[in-house]
Design a protein around this ligand. Sequence first.
Ligand SMILES: [Zn+2]
Length: 354
Amino acid sequence: MRPPRFQAASSFHEDLKGRIKNYFLEKNLKTTGNFSLYFKAIVMVLAFIGIYVHLVFFTPIWPFAILESIILGALTAGIGFNVMHDGAHGSFSRKGWVNELAGISINFLGANVHMWKTKHNVAHHSFTNVDDHDDDLNAGAFLRLGPNQKRYKVHRFQHRYFIFIYAILYFYWVFFTDYKKYVTKKVAETPIKKMDLKEHVSFWGFKAVHLFLFIILPIYMVGFIPWLVGFLIFGLATGVIMSVVFQLAHVLEETSFPTPDKATNKLEDDWAIHQLKTTANFATKNKVLSWLIGGLNFQIEHHLFPNISHIHYPAISKIIKDTCREYGIPYIEHPKMRLAIASHVNHLRHLGRG
Ligand SMILES: [Zn+2]
């Protein structure tokens, strides 16, 4: 299946790029991360290591162990959102090796950065909400996330059980879909960039590191059943947090699910307008949430400028919003996270019923 094509870039996109470029020139700012981002990265990584060591080597009594397993899951998602995501987009630092290092954090947590770059930077960012191309829309037969997907009877209840599917995302990703991508050499319809020997060794080497750090060593230290309970809680917490944050940005009542024209294989908009119709912001005034989830509540800014670090999104969002208003282009946002969740649940309910 050939990748769909977009319409030629509109004057809106050119104008917007110019305004954002001027903002960084006028303020004399780099588009990459700054001290506050590196400080946050260090805090999150040290907190992760501290809690991991406490859980595995100095295991507290079970109520605290459960709480720490949930926090470890939240920190896994947090490192993914704040460090790995910017690193893999090349926006964490001006230095290539720092971005590489930030991206590799995902390998220590069980997934693989090479696969991620194809799944996220190419498939998801290019063809947002386009079936068969955006792998984030693919939950198998378990969930009907877009109106162009086949409906099964079980989907009638998907607005009630979706959270259980989201919860298994971490396990499904780390233990199944990474290997599926490795074997099939593609993500949905997007081929994975050819892996050289170094990348093959890195793939298997890091999978072995993950196996040792998250399974073998903890079982040796705390025993099988305590490990199993802790690992399940950790993985389920990671899965729920990651899925919810990503779904609230795209899979909503207000966003579009465009299909390419059958004859021309072209989508109806240019790339930038496509991003605006398929992406939404939520709770952008919530500074704590923005800090924790790496600015992924500013998904519009992220999708239009994925190579700009998330620390700049609050500042550039005003320019983007004003430009959209001038050109009469939608800028979808939910002021509160609970409203975005309600929209996501309603979307699932409607798609489950017809
Ligand atoms: Zn991204």
